[in-house]
Design a protein around this ligand. Structure first.
Ligand code: PA5
Length: 426
């Protein structure tokens, strides 16, 4: 059955249906007010979709069109929140093989420090015209900074002075080394609003420029997020699906389920899972608290980790992401030989079989005692993904505050950086 709302949250196990929402009512309401009324440094994403952003969209589309007209490939340099969202949407909405008719190839670097990766990327660029978009809010993160050093030299060697036109910088409007370099060398810039942190920034130029270049309709994506920003302003937790999801997660966490497993049945969503994992992992995992966000892609992973989920340590609950309509499909052909005994499936669509497998998996896991939350949306498209992005961001902020941790900082990330720098400078 299609969901009756844009996004419907359902718990599939009877024993978890009786979550006591009344217990959460007042804390959810006070966090809601804190979020909605806060003018602090990190909540700019909350109302951004409701603001007039026509000029910004116009300039992003103009640069995207210029890139599409003058390049075969856009190289995006960024890590964490500065690349995961763009990659997530691009992979979810562009073809599995080949590129979107209205887009060009978009590749990513600066999210790791593999010498092999960057060397092979440079080799792959040889016969292609290139633009680069370097994205870093702080402007000094090691992975993208190193990649930019290499790519900038590559662009200058190849295009001479014209390289300036082909380098687009997305960074903080006021501070950071990248900002200084952009000013010094006259690179065109897009800004990450100061009050929006990396993992909440996919709907800013951070995500929108690469997504537009890949051929995905950013206006529809933004329209979906606008709808979510309006609907999810509801204070009453039983009417607000994002808050309901946050409360269900919290209730399961307090029951001892410490791992949330995000699962879906469409491989195109693998990178969307990664975006979700970073959003929740960096927002909640602090002060010795937080659910560990893990992800699986079914049915592939049913043949890898399905055994553990069904029967292993009872530490996890599952959040099943289900889109009722997927834009492409294939029907099972008739085969007169029927040696594989599959003729009973003749003319059934792969998506229909996949959806049935989802239903069976959910039932089996729920019956096996794994709590299963289902998040249902009508269609895998720009509009519904825009809605879902905002839904998760709002749920994440609520979830973190329910745990009494700050959703918008990431002090723990500094520990490895400091150790690495100590070692590198030795
Ligand atoms: O969510 C965050 O703030 C982080 O994941 C950052 O996006 C990531 O560390 C990259 O930072 P920057 O954009 O400053 O290079």
């Amino acid at each position: 059955m299609m969901p009756t709302q844009l996004l419907q949250t359902t718990i599939l196990n009877e024993q978890f249906l009786n979550i006591d929402y009344s217990k959460y009512k007042s804390s959810v309401a006070s966090i809601h007010h804190h979020l909605e009324e806060s003018k602090d440094e990190a909540t700019g994403w909350l109302n951004a979709p409701l603001e007039d952003n026509e000029n910004l969209i116009h300039s992003i589309l103009a640069v995207a069109n210029e890139i599409k007209a003058n390049a075969d490939v856009l190289v995006v340099i960024g890590v964490g929140g500065s690349y995961l969202g763009a990659k997530a949407i691009q992979d979810a909405l562009t073809p599995y093989f080949g590129k979107q008719p209205n887009g060009i190839e978009v590749v990513y670097v600066g999210q790791n420090m593999s010498g092999a990766y960057i060397n092979q990327l440079l080799t792959s660029l040889q016969d292609k015209d290139v633009y680069i978009n370097v994205i870093s809010k702080s402007g000094s993160t090691m992975e993208p900074a190193l990649a930019f050093r290499v790519l900038r030299q590559y662009m200058e060697d190849r295009y001479g002075e014209a390289a300036t036109q082909r380098i687009i910088v997305t960074t903080d409007p006021e501070s950071g080394l990248l900002r200084e370099m952009a000013v010094e060398h006259n690179y065109r810039q897009f800004f990450i609003p100061s009050n929006i942190g990396g993992r909440y920034s996919v709907l800013t130029p951070v995500g929108l420029l690469p997504i537009a270049v890949s051929g995905v309709e950013i206006r529809q994506l933004l329209a979906g997020s606008k709808e979510a920003a309006a609907l999810l302003k509801e204070e009453d937790l039983e009417q607000n699906e994002a808050y309901r999801y946050a409360v269900i997660r919290h209730a399961l966490y307090t029951l001892g389920y410490k791992v949330e497993l995000l699962a879906s049945f469409e491989p195109a969503l693998a990178n969307f899972h990664d975006w979700w994992k970073q959003l929740f992992g960096e927002s909640e995992g602090k002060d010795q608290r937080g659910l560990f966000p893990a992800t699986v892609n079914y049915s592939t992973d049913l043949h890898a980790i399905g055994q553990f989920i069904q029967d292993g340590s009872p530490i996890l609950f599952e959040t099943l992401l289900h889109f009722h309509e997927i834009n492409d499909d294939y029907a099972v052909p008739f085969d007169a030989r029927n040696e594989d005994l599959l003729n009973y499936l003749t003319d059934r669509s792969f998506n229909e079989i996949n959806a049935t497998s989802k239903q069976g998996t959910a039932l089996a896991h729920a019956e096996g005692g794994v709590p299963v939350i289902q998040l249902e949306l009508a269609k895998l498209d720009e509009y519904h993904l825009g809605y879902l992005i905002y839904f998760f961001m709002k749920a994440c902020a609520m979830s973190a505050y329910l745990l009494e941790v700050n959703p918008f900082d990431q002090p723990g990330v500094e520990a490895y950086k400091n150790k690495m720098l100590e070692l590198l400078k030795k």
